[in-house]
Design a binder for this molecule. Sequence first.
Ligand SMILES: *Cc1c(COP(=O)(O)O)cnc(C)c1O
Length: 385
Amino acid sequence: MKRTRPGRAWIELDLDALADNVAVLRRQLPRGCRLMPALKANAYGHGALPVAKALNRMGVDAFCVATAEEGAQLRRGGVKGQLLVLGYTDPADFPLLRRYRLSQTVVDLPYGQLLARWGKPVSVHIKVDTGMHRLGLSPRDLGALLETMGQRSLRIDGLYTHLCADDSDSPAAQEMTQRQITLFQNVQAMLEIAGRPLPPVHILSSYGLFRHPWVGGDYARVGIALYGMLSRREDSRFLPEPLRPVLSLKARVASLRRLEPGDTAGYGPSFTAYRPTLAAALAIGYADGLDRRLSCGAGEVLIGGCRCPILGRVCMDQVLVDVTDAPVPTQGDEAVLIGRSGEEEITALDMAERCGTIANEILSRLGPRLERLIVPAAKGSRMYI
Ligand SMILES: *Cc1c(COP(=O)(O)O)cnc(C)c1O
C-alpha cells in the first residue's frame, strides 16, 4: 500500500536548503578547490543516500565517509564519483574497496605496508599526522611509505591532513593550526623535491573553510556546514552568509491523558503534577536519538506553534510532554522536535546546548528507525526515501 503520510517518527529533508548551503560553501571555496562532503554517520543522521544523490545532481562528485561499509552502501545505491574512506578498514574488508571503487586512507606506515602487501590495485589517500595524533603518517615516515608503495600497485589519489583546533580563536589554537599547516606544506615540498607527482591535497573541513580559506587545496571536506550550521551557536559569527538547517525531526502524538495535582508520570517516577496537567506521549524516544539529557524539562518540543516542555524521563521509544498550555492536540497530530512550528523554531543547536554537546552529536545519533522523507519546498509534495 502506498503511504500517504509519514508514520510514527520521521526526518524531513529540505533539499532546497541543502542546495542553498552548497551555494554558500562554493562561494567560500578557494580557487581550484572543490567540495568533498562528509557523508559519514548516515550524513550526520540526515540519510546518506538521499543526500548523496541530491549532491550528485548538484554536480558534487567526491565524498568522504568513515567506513568502507558506508562507502559500499552509497555505491550500491548508485552514487557517482570518488568515495574516500576516512577511517581504518580491516584487511577482511579490503575486497569492499575494490568491489565498490572506494579510496582508502593510509592511516599509518604499517597500514600502508599492509595495503601494499595485499597486492591488488587500490586507490589510496595518504593522511599525514600534523599534530592531532589520531590517524595519519608521521611526516618522518613519508619517505618510507613512498618507497614501499613505489614498487606496488597502490594508486595515490590524495594527500591530506586534518586540523584539530580550527574552531577556536585562542592563541594556543591559532598557533596549533599554523603549525599543522606549515608541517603539511613541508610534506608537499618534500614530495616535490623527491620528484614525486603531487596528488590532489585536502586540509580544510567546515571550520577551516570559513576561517582559513587561504590554506587552499584541491578539496574541502565539509560536513556540519553542509547540513546548515556550525557545531556551536556562537560560531555562526564565522559565517559570511547564513546557512539553512536541512533537517527537521517530527513525531506523532501517540496518546493524551489528564493528570490531577499529585499524580506522577514516567519512569522514576520523576514527574509530579502540581496542577491539572494534560500530558501527551510522543512516539519517539532515545533509541531514535532523542537525547536522554533532555529529560525533566531540560528539553521541549513544538506542538501547534507552542513550546511544550518534556515531562519526566525520555524513554526508549516514547517521550511525555506537557501540553497543558498548548492548543489541545489530538492523537496522531505532529510534534516538532527539531524544526519550525508556527512562529517557533527549535534547532539542533538549541538541543545541543541543552544537552551540553555540539550539534554534530545530536544530528549524527538520529537513528535508523526514523523514516526519512524529502520535502521539496517548491512543490510542497512529499517523496518517501
Ligand atoms: C568528519 C570529518 C570532516 C568533516 O568535518 P566538519 O567539521 O563536519 O566539516 C572532515 N575531515 C575529517 C577527517 C573528518 O573526520
